[in-house]
Design a protein around this ligand. Structure first.
Ligand SMILES: *[C@@H]1O[C@H](CO)[C@@H](O)[C@H](O)[C@H]1NC(C)=O
Ligand SMILES: *[C@@H]1O[C@H](CO)[C@@H](O)[C@H](O)[C@H]1NC(C)=O
Ligand SMILES: *[C@@H]1O[C@H](CO)[C@@H](O)[C@H](O)[C@H]1NC(C)=O
Ligand SMILES: *[C@@H]1O[C@H](CO)[C@@H](O)[C@H](O)[C@H]1NC(C)=O
Length: 458
């Protein structure tokens, strides 16, 4: 009987002594609870170190939901991803396996003293970035001059930043003409798309949680063909081998061909070889060459190179004229008239440029040959507009200068290269020896020609 009673008394005594003991004997936490940052799917482990636990018990709770997860070494919650382990009743570990975003929140390690004592820690679940297929742009095809927005929808925790770059490196030209290597933001807006914008772009999403992800979006820019001829006049003698060359820019890729002075299409045969060279797959620039293996009488006249795509057809001409066979002592070769001209689909161009396609014969006492050159120069207004935009010159003024041989050299000098030109005044006109001195002797011909060549050399 005594023995039977003794057991509970002993227990009560033990409890009482533990509970009534002064502070040193009470459980206490060794550290604050650690905060955790875990990638989704990984295991999170909180560590709670309790000194002097004695007869007390350690419980783990989820603060947000007031749920008891574990008590001592028992799992209370039905969540099978939760586990509890301990080391000598001192270190208690809460395991949360295969973490989900919903596990984010505050967790508590509690000891059942009276009043209870606890420490809390935060579980942050981070999610590596992902790029959503649906709201993100696919490859795009747009007309030159239109506005386009490339979109990249990225998810992740923390919220990822999206950066745009060109896959091949290089810069992106913004609508304010600024060139940047990269742009941040979920949308890449390009106003006034040009062919220079064509190519693959990467949107890169990163939030500090590896891995960073990217998506490739190809921007295709459609525009009608342009045809550029470097040498518009070629003197040749019968029997000479010649290569005629045109440059074309067009997208979609153009169909190109050459016509003879008789207007027949040139085909590969014993006299001619037709070739097209492009710098790379998907490049919009091509070089058309026509090799005349041996010039014959019927070759004198105009050869046309034609470039056609779904948006238009553009041609340019090269005039072949007869020269005497040079004496054998001289270096054989063609007489080179170095000039270039750009030609755009005519209909577009005249409208856009507001320039009249008249021959520039006024004030000229030159041969027909020279008139041809002027004419083609006028036709190349797109190019000149570009040139004028770049140099901020008044178009009508330059047109006039080109027509009449250009009295105001000073303006031109200022515009073309920022030579240290003094203020332009009337006296400056025709006094440009110093200016001409900067150029090869070829340019130091009578002023009229110099002016023309100068404008044509762009
Ligand atoms: C855990 O984070 C909270 C705020 O998010 C902070 O107050 C606390 O000091 C952190 N605990 C530790 C151990 O760093
Ligand atoms: C492109 O955007 C600019 C500026 O936002 C606007 O002025 C222009 O009309 C737009 N062009 C087209 C073709 O939508
Ligand atoms: C070739 O065509 C042009 C117009 O396209 C025409 O002016 C020229 O007379 C034609 N030449 C011949 C030889 O038919
Ligand atoms: C002509 O022949 C060359 C090879 O000699 C070839 O590269 C080219 O494609 C041919 N051109 C045409 C139009 O068939």
């Amino acid at each position: 009987m005594l023995l039977v009673l003794a057991i509970p008394v002993f227990f009560i005594a033990t409890w009482a002594s533990a509970l009534n003991d002064p502070s040193s004997e009470l459980p206490r936490f060794e550290h604050p609870l650690n905060n955790l940052t875990i990638s989704v799917g990984r295991e999170a482990i909180f560590t709670c170190i309790v000194e002097n636990l004695g007869p007390y018990k350690v419980a783990w709770l989820r603060v947000d939901t007031q749920t008891i997860l574990t008590i001592a070494s028992h799992v209370i919650t039905k969540n099978h991803r939760i586990a509890v382990t301990h080391s000598g009743h001192r270190a208690w570990f809460l395991h949360i396996r295969e973490t989900r975003e919903s596990d984010r929140g505050w967790y508590m390690c509690q000891v059942n003293t009276d009043p209870m004592s606890s420490i809390t820690g935060f579980l942050e679940i981070v999610v590596p970035p992902d790029i959503l297929d649906y709201p993100t742009s696919t490859d795009m095809e747009v007309r030159e001059g239109s506005n386009v927005t490339l979109r990249c929808a990225a998810t992740g925790t923390p919220k990822p930043t999206v950066t745009w770059r060109r896959e091949a490196g290089g810069t992106i030209t913004l609508s304010n003409w600024n060139e940047v290597a990269s742009i941040e933001g979920p949308e890449l807006e390009i106003t006034g798309v040009t062919r220079l914008h064509m190519g693959p772009y990467l949107c890169i999403a990163s939030n500090g949680v590896p891995p960073t992800v990217s998506k490739r979006i190809v921007l295709i820019v459609h525009f009608p063909p342009m045809v550029w001829v470097e040498q518009q006049l070629i003197g040749a003698y019968e029997g000479q081998k010649l290569v005629l060359e045109c440059q074309s820019e067009a997208y979609p890729r153009p169909i190109t061909y050459w016509t003879k002075p008789t207007n027949e299409t040139v085909t590969n045969d014993s006299h001619y070889k037709v070739e097209t060279i492009s710098k790379g797959y998907k490049d919009y620039k091509i070089t058309m060459t026509l090799t005349i293996k041996s010039v014959r009488a019927q070759d004198f006249g105009f050869f046309r190179c034609v470039s056609t795509n779904s948006l238009g057809e553009t041609d340019n001409r090269i005039k072949l004229y007869r020269i005497d066979k040079p004496p054998t002592t001289r270096r054989p070769g063609t007489r080179r008239d170095s000039k270039k001209s750009w030609k755009l689909d005519h209909s577009h161009e005249k409208k856009a440029a507001g320039m009249r396609d008249e021959p520039m014969s006024k004030g000229s006492s030159d041969s027909g040959e020279e008139q041809i050159e002027f004419q083609s120069a006028t036709a190349s207004s797109t190019f000149h507009r570009h040139f004028l935009t770049n140099f901020e010159m008044n178009p009508s003024r330059v047109t006039r200068q080109r027509k009449f041989g250009g009295p105001n050299f000073c303006e031109l000098r200022k515009a073309v290269k920022s030579f240290q030109a003094p203020a332009c005044g009337g006296k400056e006109k025709f006094k440009d020896k110093e200016f001409l001195g900067n150029f090869s002797p070829e340019f130091q011909r009578p002023r009229r020609t110099v002016m023309r060549d100068y404008l044509l050399s762009f």
